[in-house]
Ligand binder design. Structure first.
Ligand code: AHR
Length: 325
């Protein structure tokens, strides 16, 4: 048998080495610029209880579409148990991330632990939750405590610290309702002649706001001065009931609410609402900016709050045309 010459062995080895280097270089190149896979994200929304909520959904959906993200959307229809099972389904589907707009603040621990064990980052938007901070990446939304304080501060100034208040509260157990209630009560505490004489839930819904207001009007007649509604939709429903009872909202009784919907700000211009505290639903861009950082392995602030404003007769006319929701 003829043995290969030393020079041909050397040539062959050099060829194999060069080919290996080329292969390695190829690998190095592909790891430096990995093909970016489009993200699939699960988003579980509370429902569609208010115009604010619809605007919040639109903000997240349109931002996801702009970024080429596939958004698996679930409307939980105001049922906390639907939210938990939606998150479980997202985990089973191995989505890249999960966004939650929680109905209530409690009960999230076990399912968030399941998401964490599956290495799926969770972002919470709109309403905060009572869960260990290590179980989700961040919260993005409005500061409901601040909103309650702003409403109370405006009212104390406008009334000189006197009046009987009817409160239309939001979804029981939600951070939005609990914080707005607590902070408003704190804000009026130093005005002993400003009293909440009744408080009932209208579940953040316009029709329920109207129904509950009708019941409150039957119970209290004209023996009250101020309506504090935890959102605009309930205030707008209540205004109808107040008018049907022969009272002039905004004049015979004061109306103060939260959200800043175009219709509510217009109602200030029309003299039917006295004050609206803003709560911005348009957090889609901030949520998906945070998600991009999380996917890139960067840390994001634990809490990011909107800067919200107060509208009344001094600025509503200027503001109304530019309201986006
Ligand atoms: O959590 C935010 C609240 O929920 C908004 O004030 C209300 O309109 C919505 O449904």
């Amino acid at each position: 048998m003829k043995l290969p010459s030393l020079s041909s062995v050397l040539r062959l080895s050099l060829g194999v080495a060069a080919a290996s280097l080329l292969l390695l270089a190829g690998h190095a190149n592909s790891s430096a610029a990995p093909a970016t896979k489009p993200l699939t994200v699960g988003f579980v929304q509370t429902g569609a209880e208010s115009k604010w909520r619809v605007a919040n959904t639109d903000s997240l959906k349109s931002e996801a579409a702009k970024r080429g993200i596939t958004l698996k959307f679930v409307d939980a229809q105001s049922k906390p148990e639907n939210q938990i099972s939606a998150v479980r389904n997202f985990i089973t589907q191995h989505v890249d991330a999960i966004i939650i707009a929680p109905i209530v603040s409690t009960g999230w621990g076990p399912v968030l632990k399941e998401a964490k064990d599956a290495n799926i980052p969770v972002l919470v938007e709109d309403r905060s939750i009572d869960a260990d901070a290590s179980l989700y990446k961040c919260f993005i939304g409005s500061d409901f405590i601040k909103e309650g304080h702003m409403a109370a501060e405006w009212l104390v100034k406008a009334t000189g610290g006197k009046g009987r208040i009817l409160e239309l509260s939001g979804e029981p157990g939600s951070a939005a309702a609990e914080d707005r209630k607590k902070a408003f009560a704190e804000g009026i505490a130093s005005s002993p002649e400003l009293k909440i004489i009744d408080s009932q839930s209208g579940y953040f819904k316009r029709d329920q706001g109207k129904q509950v207001m009708e019941a409150l009007l039957k119970k209290h007649g004209k023996d009250w001065d101020i309506l504090y509604a935890h959102n605009d939709d309930m205030a707008l429903g209540a205004i109808q009931a107040i008018q049907e009872a022969g009272l002039k909202p905004g004049k015979d009784v004061m109306v103060i609410s939260i959200d800043g919907e175009k219709e509510a700000v217009q109602s200030i211009v029309d003299g039917k609402i006295n004050c609206v505290v803003e709560c911005n639903p348009g957090v889609g861009p901030v949520v998906f900016d945070a998600l991009a950082k999380i996917i890139a392995g960067q840390t994001v602030p634990a809490k990011t709050y909107n800067v919200d404003h107060v509208f009344d007769s001094t600025n509503a006319a200027k503001e109304v045309s530019s309201r986006a929701y």
